[in-house]
Design a protein around this ligand. Sequence first.
Ligand code: ARG
Ligand code: ZN
Length: 476
Amino acid sequence: MRLRTHAGLGAIATGIASVLLASTATAAPAPGSSGVGDPYYPYAGNGGYDVAHYDIRLTYQPATDLLSGTTTILATTTQDLSSFDLDFGLHVNSIRVDNLPATFHVDPKESGELVVTPARPLEKGRMITVVVNYADTPSKVVIDGYTAWKKTADGALAVDEPQSSQWWFPASDHPTDKATYDVSVEVPDSVAALSNGTLVRRTQQRAGWTRWYWRSTRPQATYLATLEVGKFEINQSATPDGKPFITAYDPAIGDSLDAAKASVERTPEIDEFLATQFGPYPFEAQGGVVSPGLSFALEAQTRPVYSGKFFRAGSNTSVVAHENAHQWFGDAVSLGRWSDIWLNEGFASYAEYLWAEHEGEGTPAELAQYVYDSYPADNAFWQVLPGDPGAAKQFDDAVYDRGAMALQALRTTVGDAAFFTILKTWVAEHKGGSARIEQFIALAERVSGRSLHELFTTWLFTKGKPAVGPNGAAPF
Ligand code: ARG
Ligand code: ZN
């Protein structure tokens, strides 16, 4: 209940009375909020329920870019709900909530925000089942001037950050609402359908079509759920500790194909090294997908996706180390808010330094110093705060490079033993969930026994090039 019509003492007194009433009586069912309060993306995620599992069952026809089928969401309500939102941009045919037809409409204030009204209000603390039936052409769906779905010559890619799910399944699209996934996609026999985790089976239910079943069994953020359809060269083997290792290469990357394989096929070796730095590899499978259909790389859970362009100049294990470091930092431990992006990109960039050292290519201190020296003090680079870059600069170089320097500054300050204890404890304490920068700073102070407020304020939250150490010494 909200009272906001009258000013003055009378209204305040009425307000207090209603608060007292509300605390003793059962609250009336109310709409779930249209976002989880993210400072950069106010409509990301939804309030009033917590998703446990997505069962996505689709058919995709590359020739027409027609994607159709159902997503079944298992969730628990966190309040009495009269209605709730889903983040979704495709055309919906029908929705059922607990087997009863529900009504739905697109929120007029925000495209991609679907409001669902169940036939009956939903009580707090119940498991609910939401079945969404849909069909659309994702490449034609524009949200906020953008289309995350990437059509390729013989298929499509659902790969993007911070958002991609709105173009292929309805969700509570925020990294604080993680869930497990079953993804099954039926495609023409001539192409493959790849997703996260383990390939459970492949079936042929009608001539000319194959259904691929994928399962991801550890909590996974929505933007880390991925789908790639196309003609791929697929390689299936196992990691030294017996996990499925599945890679896929689109031959259309041409001359880069061998360099891509020489890099991505080393994923198990790279993950084995990263595990010595961060603790055990957090998931049930490993892999990688390389395609000409995107211009960046994304740390899709268990199976990063790489643009072919990373391998144009030869092998590149740096990007493989980066995306796989995200399996710990980003995927196992996810962001509490998108403004915490440093916890992903600063850490994955620092992992590149660790891998380079392992390969005999310089120490992290030398590499951080080199990067520090390469940006003059008057470069705009130093004006972006890695600890709060703003939505428009979320993937700015500063988040990556200054973010990695911040970790080297921490290491120099607390020493190697405390530094690696901090990293391993961070993953051990938060894997499967989400966490925020403030919590990392508190952990670093707890483990090191030092006040680190000034260090982090300087490196993450203050514009300008941090000064070199006393008597002009290098900061690292
Ligand atoms: N997290 C990705 C990385 O590995 C960056 C994705 C950038 N997103 C984009 N739409 N360009 O660094
Ligand atoms: Zn990254």
